[in-house]
Design a protein around this ligand. Structure first.
Ligand code: CTP
Length: 405
């Protein structure tokens, strides 16, 4: 079993994050990571003052992109502020000083960041951070009011001990609140923040000998799509994966396994702290009673391959469903016949809250990007229309949340 957290497929939305000269600038690094975990590309602009608090190398390392600072720094892009302004799907200023707030409120464009803000047509989110008296100063209140009238979204500063020693309002808001407000502009919900979601995905492989194995057909796409969607919605995600040809989703804790026994051990561990368990793996039902340490030989009369004894694998969903407690448990039922009847039996036998049932067969479900399913719970059965596995992943998470609340 191996564990890791890795990067994934190319994000489609860009947040341009403006970092200004404030002691809270170090928190912008956490904002970058959280946005990336939600599947968003982040491009950073720093003011010259901000570079006194955090080295641009930090943001360059986190984003794998150049950090923009000066208006004329990039000789390959003479109108850098325009290209940055156009790249932004959301412009986020965090932390935003009183000075930058005043500039943006009054349309002043005297450095790269303020010029880019003036040039963008993207929604703007501002998370101010400053001394309490600067925050309460009528000039700042007036500037905030002006920006709110223009549709700029504010993430109110928090109250508490400030770096200057004063106590009051002016602390940068919580990273999660800033990230939620930013993602809301991109239509991404954060309703799983603070929740631990455990997912099994892909097939398991059960060795017969060093060369051969028993397995099930599974691309792992559904489980991976659920993991990606859960991370984007703010969850801590553990994805326990059999061997698949897919990249790990961003910000997800990966546990790679081969056999059903390994998957069960990993799932038991992750389930301890999970709020939601989603069992999307196509676990091999049987395994050889003994796995040979040498390649078994064929032969007319004395084939070592004939009569391989098989024994049943543990049922991971059933084992953990039996000790679910307050957790939400979601299973799958891939059926060729009597889909709903079989799914109903699994719902009860495996102690699940929800079974996602689908018809399988030639060209259906396995390895495809779309799926048509039913949701069965103990009250009702709902038929969902044909949809992408990404949309289905969101629907499964929303359904799980109904049981959590
Ligand atoms: N499952 C599991 N461990 C197993 C077998 C299945 O956790 N050893 C889970 C699957 O991840 C899925 C659900 O149980 O969520 C149903 O799996 P499925 O393959 O449809 O059914 P089986 O229980 O294997 O029953 P059958 O093969 O008879 O349809």
């Amino acid at each position: 079993m191996t564990t890791s957290t890795q990067a994934s497929s190319a994000p489609t939305k860009t947040v341009v994050l403006g970092v200004t000269g404030c002691i809270a600038a170090y928190k912008s690094a956490e904002i970058v990571r959280a946005l990336q975990k939600a599947g968003v590309r982040v491009k950073v602009i720093m003011t010259e003052h901000a570079t006194h608090f955090v080295d641009p190398v930090t943001f360059r390392a986190l984003t794998h992109e150049k950090v923009a600072i000066g208006l004329f720094d990039d000789p390959t892009d003479p109108i850098h502020h325009i290209s940055l302004a156009q790249e932004a799907d959301v412009m986020l200023l965090a932390p935003c000083t009183a000075n930058m707030l005043a500039k943006v409120a009054n349309g002043i464009a005297d450095d790269l960041l303020s010029t880019t803000v003036l040039a963008t047509t993207a929604p703007i989110v501002v998370a101010p951070a400053m001394n309490v008296h600067m925050y309460e100063n009528p000039a700042t209140r007036y500037n905030i009011g002006k920006l709110q009238i223009r549709g700029v979204h504010f993430v109110e500063a928090g109250t508490g001990y400030l770096a200057c020693g004063d106590v009051g309002k002016g602390r940068l808001a919580d990273v999660e609140d800033i990230v939620s407000a930013t993602l809301a502009q991109l239509g991404i919900k954060r309703d799983l923040a603070g929740k631990h979601v455990m997912i099994t995905a892909g097939p398991t492989v059960e060795p017969i000998d060093p060369v051969r194995y028993i397995t099930n057909r599974s691309s792992g796409k559904t489980g991976y799509a659920i993991a990606r969607a859960a991370a984007a919605r703010g969850a801590d995600v553990t994805l326990i994966s059999g061997p698949v040809a897919l990249q790990a989703p961003e910000g997800v804790s990966m546990v790679y396994v081969q056999t059903a026994d390994e998957m069960l051990a990993a799932a038991e561990e992750a389930f301890e702290s999970a709020d939601i368990g989603i069992f999307a793996a196509a676990v091999a039902d049987m395994k050889p009673a003994h796995s040979a340490d040498h390649k078994l030989k064929k032969g007319a009369d004395d084939s070592e391959l004939s009569g391989i004894e098989l024994v049943e694998n543990p049922d991971i969903l059933e084992t953990l469903g039996a000790k679910k407690g307050d957790r939400v448990v979601v299973g799958f039922a891939a059926e060729t016949d009597n889909v709903l009847e079989n799914a109903q039996k699994k719902l009860i036998a495996k102690h699940a809250d929800v079974i996602v049932a689908n018809q399988v067969g030639e060209g259906m479900a396995f390895g495809t990007d779309d799926n048509e399913v039913w949701f069965l719970d103990h009250e009702e059965t709902e038929a969902l229309p044909l949809m992408s596995k990404a949309r289905l992943a969101d629907a499964i998470l929303s359904k799980s949340l109904d049981f959590l609340l």
